[in-house]
Design a protein around this ligand. Structure first.
Ligand code: SF4
Length: 118
């Protein structure tokens, strides 16, 4: 269930709320503006259009028109900066750390789940 604040929000995913906080440009609510207006005119959606926002690594990359610099929410969640190169990109300076962390987690025994009512 989405938090009440999220009802009608044009935010694309849960992590996008972090991006919203970094830039202090809220995702408008479709109850208050037309979706087309939000899509084309809002600061939140325009912040990462084009290439001007991209870090040099992405701006000089031949894949920038394929993946548009990767996921901004992932960059915010894992790098703490929505304008960073997507940390899951193999060219990202954070990629090695991410791979090490994932390897460590994959070898850690999973916690035993206890289901209610069983
Ligand atoms: S995220 Fe990686 S592949 Fe995509 S444009 Fe940036 S550097 Fe290139």
């Amino acid at each position: 269930m989405r938090p009440l604040r999220q009802v009608g929000s044009s935010s694309l995913c849960v992590v996008a709320i972090l991006v919203e906080r970094q830039h202090a440009c809220p995702f408008e609510n479709v109850r208050e503006a037309a979706l087309a207006t939000i899509w084309y005119e809002s600061d939140a959606f325009n912040a990462y259009r084009g290439e001007d926002w991209m870090p040099d690594l992405c701006r000089s990359c031949e894949r920038k028109k394929v993946d548009f610099g990767g996921c901004r929410c992932q960059a915010m969640a894992l790098a703490g900066d929505a304008s960073a190169t997507d940390p899951v990109c193999i060219r990202s300076p954070l990629r090695d750390r991410l791979t090490r962390d994932a390897d460590k987690l994959s070898t850690t025994p999973a916690a035993t789940l206890t289901y209610r009512g069983r």
